[in-house]
Design a binder for this molecule. Structure first.
Ligand SMILES: O=P(O)(O)OC[C@H]1O[C@](O)(CO)[C@@H](O)[C@@H]1O
Length: 544
C-alpha cells in the first residue's frame, strides 16, 4: 500500500486521530497477536466458553467462541473502540453531522442518515436523532401506505419490474428474495439491473401479463447509464405491445435529479442525498417494491427490526453486548492483527441467496479505501474481500479450501432455528431444517478445532476463526435487524480505521473510460473511421 503519492499533497496539518500504530490498543493487540488464542488446543472450546462468548440483540445471537480471542483480546479490542471514538462517530452519523467527507479535499460533503429512515416508531416520546430527515421520510411512508391501499383495492397490478443497479438493486433484491415466505398472493417482483440486453429480455419474456405490470425505475442520481438504458428498453417494449408507459411506470429518485419528472410517472417516491445507495434498502429505494410484493405491514416490520438494531448500535456501550460493534471488532482483529484478507459470509438459509452479494457492495464499496478521513494514505489494512454462498451448497463447492487451503478464510455463518414455510419432513429421525443446522454447527466447529491424524491428507489444522449468527426464524423483523447489524458493522469498522465509508470514488474511473469507449462505438456505428493508434480503439477492435 503506497503511503506517499505526488498526487496527494496534504493541505492541512494536524490530525484529530492518533495514527493507527500509535494507538495503545493497537500496540497491545499486536503483542497479543504474536500468540493468539489457539482454538485447536485440547479443550480450547468448552461449554463454558461457548456460553460466555455470545451476545444477543433484536432476536439475533452472535456466538464467537470459535474466534481466536480470549477475554484479554476482547478487552483490548474494546479499548481500541474507545481510543478510535467509535461511539462519538456513530452519534455524529445518526445526529446528521456532515461526516461523508475528506477533510480539505473535494468530496461529497454530505450527512449520512439511513438510520433516520427507520427512526419513525417512538411515538415521539423520544425525538428522533435527526428529526427533519425522519419527518421527510414519514411523508414518503404515508404516501407509500396510501398507494399500497389503492393497489390492494384496485387489484390492477400483479407484477412489478424493478429497474436499478448497485444499491438501487442489490439490497432491495436481497430483502425481497429473503422473504418469499411472506409474499402477497398473486404478486410477483422481477429485477432488471445489468445493461446486458439479455437481462431485460429474459425478464420481459417471463412476465405473464404486461398489462398488469408496474415498472419501478430506481436511481438516486437519476443518471446511471445502465438504469436509463434499461428504462428506455422496457418503455419501448411496452409501446410495442400497445401499452402506455405513463400508466405503468413509477420511479424512486433523489429530489431534483434528472429523473425527478412526475409527469413521466404514475407516482414518484423520493430518497435524499444523505442516503448512500448501499445503505438505501430501508428508504424508498426498498419501500415501494417490498411493500408491493410483501405488503406494507411487512415492510414496516423490516424497518422496526432495523431501528431496534440501530438502538443496540448506539445505545449499548458494552462491546460484549453491542452486536454490530462486536462483529466489527472481531473482523478488525482477523483483518489487521491476524492478517486475513478475505471474509466469507455463509448463510445457512436459501432465502439469503443474494444477501452476501448485497454485503459485497455494502462492505467493499464502503471500506475498500486507501486514504483516511484527512486524505492521508493509510499504512494498515482496511476492508476485506467479501464473498460467500448459502450452505449447504457451498460445502460441496469451495469448503475444501476453507478447511485445508493454504489461506485462512474467516467465516461468518448465519442460520435460523425454524424454516420460513414450515414445509418440512422428519427423515431418519430429523427434519431438513435440523440437517441444515447440524451442518452449520459442524462447519463452525470443524474449522475451529480441526482434526489431526497421522495421514496428512486427512489432517485439518483447525484454528480457522469464525463466528455464528443465529435467529429463531427469518421473518421481516429479524431480516431488518440482520441488515442493520451489517450496516453498522461496516460503519463501525470504517470508524475504527478512520476512513470515509460513505463515498465511492473508486468506481468513477471505469465509468469515465466506459464513456470514452462508447464514443468509439458511436463512430463505428456511424461508419466513421476510428484512430488505430490509441489503446481504446485497439481494444474495441479486438471484439470478435
Ligand atoms: O441509484 P443510482 O444513482 O442509479 O446509483 C447506483 C449505484 O451506482 C453506484 O454509484 C456505484 O457505481 C452505487 O454507489 C450506487 O448504489
Amino acid at each position: 500500500i503506497p503511503t506517499t503519492s505526488p498526487g496527494l499533497m496534504r493541505l492541512k496539518g494536524g490530525s484529530s486521530m492518533p495514527t493507527w500504530s500509535d494507538n495503545p490498543a493497537v500496540i497491545k493487540l499486536r503483542e497479543i497477536a504474536k500468540n493468539p488464542y489457539d482454538l485447536s488446543a485440547k479443550d480450547a472450546i468448552s461449554p463454558a466458553r461457548i456460553n460466555m462468548m455470545q451476545a444477543s440483540a433484536c432476536g439475533l445471537k452472535l456466538l464467537y467462541a470459535t474466534e481466536r480471542v480470549d477475554e484479554a483480546t476482547v478487552d483490548a479490542l474494546s479499548n481500541l473502540a474507545k481510543e478510535r471514538d467509535v461511539f462519538g462517530k456513530m452519534k455524529a452519523m445518526m445526529d446528521g453531522e456532515v461526516i461523508n467527507k475528506i477533510e480539505s479535499y473535494e468530496s461529497e460533503n454530505r450527512k449520512v442518515l439511513h438510520t433516520a429512515m427507520r427512526d419513525v416508531f417512538d411515538k415521539r416520546n423520544e425525538a428522533p436523532a435527526a428529526k427533519e430527515a425522519s419527518d421527510l421520510e414519514m411523508t414518503e411512508l404515508s404516501k407509500l401506505k396510501d398507494w399500497c391501499n389503492k393497489l390492494d383495492k384496485e387489484k390492477t397490478f400483479t407484477d412489478l419490474i424493478l429497474i436499478g443497479i448497485g444499491g438501487s438493486d442489490l439490497g432491495p433484491r436481497a430483502l425481497y428474495l429473503a422473504l418469499q415466505g411472506y409474499k402477497k398472493d398473486n404478486r410477483r417482483v422481477h429485477f432488471v439491473s445489468n445493461v446486458d440486453p439479455d437481462d431485460a429480455a429474459m425478464v420481459l419474456k417471463s412476465i405473464p401479463d404486461l398489462s398488469k405490470t408496474l415498472v419501478l425505475v430506481c436511481s438516486k442520481s437519476g443518471g446511471t447509464l445502465e438504469t436509463l438504458t434499461n428504462e428506455q428498453l422496457v418503455r419501448d417494449y411496452f409501446v410495442k405491445k400497445g401499452l402506455d408507459p405513463k400508466k405503468h411506470f413509477a420511479c424512486v429518485t433523489g429530489k431534483g435529479s434528472p429523473m425527478d419528472n412526475p409527469a413521466e410517472y404514475l407516482i414518484s417516491f423520493y430518497m435524499f442525498d444523505y442516503i448512500g445507495g448501499r445503505y438505501s434498502a430501508t428508504s424508498m429505494v426498498g419501500g415501494p417494491m417490498l411493500a408491493f410484493g410483501l405488503g406494507y405491514q411487512n415492510y414496516e416490520m423490516i424497518l422496526k427490526g432495523a431501528h431496534d438494531m440501530d438502538r443496540n448500535a448506539i445505545g449499548e456501550k458494552d462491546v460484549r453486548k453491542n452486536l454490530p460493534l462486536l462483529l466489527a471488532l472481531l473482523g478488525v482483529w482477523n483483518r489487521n492483527f491476524l492478517g486475513h484478507q478475505t471474509l466469507a459470509v455463509l448463510p445457512y438459509s436459501q432465502a439469503l441467496v443474494r444477501f452476501t452479494a448485497h454485503l459485497q457492495q455494502l462492505d467493499m464499496e464502503s471500506n475498500g479505501k486507501h486514504i483516511d478521513r484527512e486524505g492521508r494514505f493509510v499504512d494498515y489494512a482496511t476492508g476485506p474481500i467479501i464473498w460467500g454462498e448459502p450452505g449447504t451448497n457451498g460445502q460441496h463447492s469451495f469448503y475444501q479450501l476453507i478447511h485445508q487451503g493454504t489461506d485462512v478464510v474467516p467465516c461468518e455463518f448465519v442460520g435460523f432455528t425454524n424454516s420460513q414455510f414450515g414445509m418440512d419432513l422428519d427423515v431418519k429421525g430429523t427434519t431438513s431444517q435440523q440437517k441444515l443446522n447440524s451442518n452449520l454447527l459442524a462447519q463452525s466447529l470443524a474449522m475451529a478445532q480441526g482434526h489431526i491424524t497421522s495421514n496428512p491428507n486427512k489432517c485439518f489444522d483447525g484454528n480457522r476463526p469464525n463466528c455464528v449468527i443465529l435467529g429463531k426464524k427469518l421473518d421481516p423483523y429479524t431480516l431488518g435487524a440482520l441488515l442493520a447489524l451489517y450496516e453498522h458493522k461496516v460503519a463501525f469498522q470504517g470508524f475504527l480505521w478512520d476512513i470515509n465509508s460513505f463515498d465511492q470514488e473508486g468506481v468513477q474511473l471505469g465509468k469515465v473510460l466506459a464513456n470514452q469507449f462508447l464514443d468509439i462505438y458511436q463512430k463505428v456505428n456511424k461508419g466513421e473511421a476510428v484512430p488505430a493508434t490509441d489503446n481504446l480503439s485497439a481494444l474495441v477492435q479486438q471484439m470478435p
